[in-house]
Design a protein around this ligand. Structure first.
Ligand SMILES: [Zn+2]
Length: 401
């Protein structure tokens, strides 16, 4: 290489470097995508509550028990109800020595094939087995959030394939996820290509606490080769959380959940975990009344946003998708002695107005704020009327001092 060509090479290389840097910046700059928000907004509190309630009713889902099998069947039926076909659903049986004999159980895997990268997978996972109690926080909460993601994305094209995986055997030491990595990921030829693993475990929060933050789990240990990539996707997870849910984010090290066998296999991992812990996991008190249901809903919204980002979902709404009709308006607390909150996400950022009428239809209050003091109203029942753009929502309000 002569001097001149070397100079030219350097010049070219600098441009390449600049392009790479630009690409790096662009690649990480996650702009708000209104369609992603519309889909995140399709998570409903009613669905979350129903899923958590049903999860509780399934009882103590200890690995190897009938209740554990019933839970797997319940999850499978949810997917069939969402429109996934039997050919998309697989069971992955595994067994392990429990000290005195063999315990057998199954993981459940649902595959949604990508349009551009069908052989590269975004894994969205969480365990459904519990121990001692019904495990509504650990891990009915993650299970409910994953089910909402799967429901909302069922008909949404994504560039990457998604595998929704519900692991069993987590409480016995990550038995199900370890078996899956060994028997499926590494036994596939060529080895399964995994873009990243996004694990949701224990996202129910602490009841009575203002749960406004979620931990985004970073790989800071184990193999060092995959740490930097985990930091990058965990940052993206945090950004998605901010863009598509009301939650704030914090970072913590990934540990002791189903992403760990993947981490040890060199995969890129991330996850969600409750920021303020209820500390009721693995007890009989890990029940519905002790879980912050709106928090689980917010986590599910963040997960819908992140899943779309990771799998690169179509950015236009298809005709088969629910539109803004799934607007979820929350008015709380009810009853209230004074402060009333109105909450909703409007991706179009339209003007809104909130009115309170008495039972005769007389206008008592008119505001454009999401929080108001209604302590001047007499005890009784009122109608709250929310107008967003040209749409109306009505909610019953009770004033009780
Ligand atoms: Zn757990």
């Amino acid at each position: 290489m002569g001097q001149l060509s070397f100079y030219n090479f350097m010049k070219k290389n600098r441009i390449l470097t600049a392009l790479c840097l630009l690409g790096f910046v662009l690649g990480n700059a996650q702009s708000y995508i209104p369609t992603y928000a519309t889909r995140a907004n399709q998570v409903t509190q009613t669905n979350i509550n129903t899923l958590l309630q049903e999860f509780e009713t399934l009882g103590v889902k200890k690995t190897g028990t009938v209740a554990n099998d019933n839970a797997l069947q319940w999850i499978k039926n949810k997917y069939l109800g969402f429109g996934y076909t039997a050919s998309q659903i697989q069971e992955n049986p595994f067994s392990y020595f429990n000290g005195t004999g063999t315990t057998s159980s199954k993981n459940l895997i649902i595959t949604k094939t990508g349009t551009l990268y069908p052989n590269t997978f975004v894994i969205i996972c969480g365990h459904f087995d519990t121990i001692t109690g019904p495990g509504v926080d650990d891990n009915g909460s993650g299970t409910a959030a994953i089910l909402e993601v799967a429901r909302i994305l069922q008909s949404v094209p994504t560039e990457y394939s998604i595998k929704f995986i519900h692991f069993s055997g987590e409480e016995q030491g990550l038995k199900g996820s370890a078996a899956y990595v060994n028997d499926v990921v590494n036994a596939t030829s060529p080895k399964m290509n995994i873009k990243l693993v996004f694990n949701l475990d224990q996202v129910g929060g602490k009841i009575g606490n203002n749960n406004n933050t979620i931990y985004c789990d970073q790989d800071q240990g184990g193999l060092t080769s995959n740490n930097a990539a985990s930091q990058a996707v965990t940052q993206q997870l945090a950004t998605c959380t901010t863009l598509y849910s009301p939650l704030l984010t914090a970072f913590d090290p990934a540990y002791s959940s189903d992403y760990i066998p993947f981490e040890q296999n060199g995969e890129v991992i991330t996850g969600f975990y409750e920021y303020v812990r209820g500390y009721l996991e693995h007890t009989a008190n890990d029940t519905l009344v002790n879980v912050d249901k709106p928090y689980v809903k917010n986590v599910a919204m963040a997960a819908v946003g992140a899943a779309q980002h990771f799998a690169v979902a179509q950015t236009t709404l298809s005709t088969t998708e629910n539109s803004i009709s799934d607007f979820d308006v929350q008015v709380y607390p009810i009853p209230t002695p004074s402060i009333l909150n109105v909450d909703f996400v409007d991706t179009k950022n339209q003007k809104f107005e909130f009115q309170i009428l008495d039972m005769t239809g007389k206008l008592m209050l008119n505001t454009t704020k999401k929080q108001m003091d209604i302590s001047s109203l007499d005890n009784g029942i009122y109608i709250g009327k929310l107008k967003i753009g040209d749409r109306y929502f009505q909610k019953k309000i009770i004033v009780k001092k």
